[in-house]
Design a protein around this ligand. Structure first.
Ligand SMILES: Cc1ncc(COP(=O)(O)O)c(C=O)c1O
Length: 438
């Protein structure tokens, strides 16, 4: 069905599918992740608001896959980025800003003596894995099964249903354990004595860590000589400064940051203890480790974005703002859905810093069809809410707008619960990114 609101989006979507595999460059931005009645292409953003190619305006909670932590076109960041762009942004030797940002980050990340920059989160999590293998001389990796994404590289994608093109011999080296199940990690250490190079996990997601769980993971890795890697791509600059490692008081050996750190500019960071990090350096007698090395890894304008973003987080109570906004949203959400009698079906959970929406069907099971209905109806009300990534630009009026949209959405959601999803759904339901077939 063609919707008058999305004509140019629909044309571009068709053209993109012909020219670009999956029609875009991040699977989670793809056409199979959004309802049919959705803006297909965004062309500008300001604060928490975006405009699509058909000139529709939306309140956005996706914020560039959680990367835009301050707001779109945030003037402090944009100004500094433009200054660096106009001076030339990539040179034949390093630029002083690389040292300045490294100093700033090692200052703000207590577990880090050294940092290394890259462009993508996947690059730095993969670098953490290689470094851990080099440091320990071991080959297996224990990864947390409940955490949805660490890297586009073979060591992780080989563990998903979408493992085509990855030899089993590689995937078999990645072994799953379960969040909040310390026994599952103990079993791995027993099963592969002296062969676990690293334990990699997000310190927290929507599920709260059980008492002492993170501390016990830390103790186990120390006992067995494995490197503990916290992937703080989502929790970083959201659960605390620098992230969940400080909020929960557990110090990893290596940690990885990206997304929020550059307010939408491309920068990811591997941060960690000198003893491990310096294996990638020039001043040691050991076998050399090829850590991270990329033509554009230290573009000055991206590092300027990181510098200004981090300083803004340090100078203002942005974490507090995110938490307060999240709490307002969660409280209001529960009131609105309860008023419609569907609080059990259209839930919001997790922490106020990073709330999690769960869409359930009439059996109270999580449902992609009902998720699609939620997205579709919120978009009808001009709210784009694939997940909840609160930025410094989201405040009281954005929460009020969202709760108004939610009120309307609840009516359609309730109809779908009573009369079936097909009575409301336009087009196909969204699909999981990690699936075997299209
Ligand atoms: C927890 C986590 N780790 C790593 C990544 C990979 O980051 P990037 O998309 O920048 O490669 C993501 C991306 O969504 C992520 O959520």
């Amino acid at each position: 069905m063609k919707d008058e609101r999305f004509l140019r989006s629909a044309d571009l979507t068709k053209k993109a599918a012909r020219l670009i595999p999956a029609g875009c460059h991040t699977y989670s931005k793809g056409a199979d992740q959004f309802p049919q009645l959705a803006p297909g292409f965004i062309q500008s953003g300001s604060g928490a608001w975006v405009k699509d190619v058909d000139h529709n305006t939306f309140l956005d909670w996706g914020m560039g896959l959680r990367s835009v932590s301050l707001g779109y076109d945030y003037s402090r960041v944009t100004r500094k980025v433009m200054e660096h762009v106009c001076r030339g942004s990539n040179f034949t030797r390093p630029s002083p800003i690389e040292v300045e940002v490294a100093e700033l980050l090692t200052d703000i990340i207590p577990s880090a003596d050294m940092v290394k920059f890259a462009k993508n989160g996947s690059d730095v999590t993969t670098a953490a894995i290689r470094l851990s293998r080099a440091y320990t001389g071991r080959k297996r990796i224990a990864y947390c099964k409940e955490h949805p994404f660490f890297s586009f590289d073979d060591w992780f994608i080989g563990t998903t249903p979408c493992d085509n093109g990855i030899p089993d011999q590689l995937s078999e080296l990645s072994v799953p354990f379960h969040y909040n199940d310390i026994a599952s990690l103990e079993r791995i250490f027993q099963q592969y004595p002296d062969d676990i190079a690293a334990v990699i996990m997000e310190p927290v997601t929507g599920e709260r860590p059980a008492a002492n769980f993170l501390q016990r993971v830390r103790q186990l890795t120390q006992k067995h000589g494995a490197v503990l890697v916290f992937d703080e791509m989502i929790t970083g600059f959201r659960f605390g400064l620098p992230g969940a490692q400080t909020a929960f008081g557990v110090e990893p050996d290596l940690s990885t940051f990206g997304k929020a750190i550059g307010n939408g500019f491309s920068c990811a960071v591997l941060a960690g203890k000198r003893e491990i990090m310096e294996l990638g350096g020039l001043d040691h007698p050991h076998t050399r480790t090829f850590l991270l090395s990329a033509t554009n890894a230290a573009e000055t304008h991206s590092l300027a974005a990181v510098q200004e973003t981090v300083l803004e987080f340090r100078e203002k109570d942005i974490i507090g703002h995110i938490e307060r906004t999240g709490k307002k949203l969660m409280d209001g959400w529960r009131q609105v859905t309860a008023l419609h009698g569907i609080g059990r079906y259209l839930q919001i959970g997790g922490y106020p810093n990073s709330p999690v929406i769960v869409c359930k069907d009439e059996q109270e099971s999580p449902s992609l069809a009902f998720r699609t209905i939620f997205l579709q109806e919120m978009i009808r009300e001009s709210v784009l809410m694939p997940y909840v990534s609160i930025s410094y630009s989201h405040g009281g009026s954005e929460v009020a707008k969202t709760l108004g949209a939610l009120d309307q959405t609840c009516k359609a959601y309730k109809k779908a619960l009573e009369q079936g999803a097909q009575s409301v759904l336009v087009g196909p339901a969204v699909k999981p990114v990690f699936r075997k077939f299209n």
